[in-house]
Design a protein. Sequence first.
Length: 87
Amino acid sequence: MTTPPTPLPEPLRARVQSAAGTWLSWCALHEVDAHTATATTIIECVMELRRGGAHPDDLADIIDAAGLMVGMRTWLDPQLLALRRSL
């Protein structure tokens, strides 16, 4: 029998939900499918939000949330990883 996953602590769950909501909102505004976006699209989102003054921790969370939605191959794109490290 498989044990259920341990729920995330509330502060972390709130950060994940906020980042996912930001990504989904940005995608809707830019008419992008949030589940099939490319690394380039995620980078465009992060750079736009960065220019708007978003906090680096929030930007890293958005990269993670978007990457999880689109899949590991995109999430592990070298350009996206470099951006995340530079925040």
